[in-house]
Design a protein around this ligand. Sequence first.
Ligand SMILES: [Zn+2]
Length: 176
Amino acid sequence: MLFVPDEIRQCLSVRPRSQFAPSKRACALLEQAGLRPTRQRAALATFLFQEGNRHVTAEDLWQEAGAAGVRLSLATIYNTLNQFAEAGLLCKVCINGERAYFDTDLGNHQHFFVKAENRLIDIPAAHMPFAELPEPPEGYSIAKVDVVIQLVRNKSGGSSRPRSTQRAFREQARAG
Ligand SMILES: [Zn+2]
């Protein structure tokens, strides 16, 4: 049997700190948005834009980064997500002013929010027709319409008559 001294064995058993490599596409996106692709920005952009559109919170991304061996503080991730939103790479969706989701889909759409599951669900623009928007005050024009319809799961598990949805919508409208 081959003799391997302890110190060599230790070196061999130490896993590389991180095998994570940011994607070239993520770096290109950052540069296009006018953001320097620092290590942390490139890593987070890679997680965000690697597949399909998604809604994430800073906590979601923190866990994802940690699992991939990328150690960043939650505050760094939150600040970076806000930078991405300011640079137009993400849309920020705030729920009740306390929970911020970041959406990679910049297209025109609205959201359902399922509080019990902390989950946003897209409502395509075609399903959310606004027959009549209020006239903005003089000197202003409407830049964007953000609608979050809060959902609760039906107790009976039956069909989803939109009464509770309408009530949640009215409450949201009053609160907002
Ligand atoms: Zn969305």
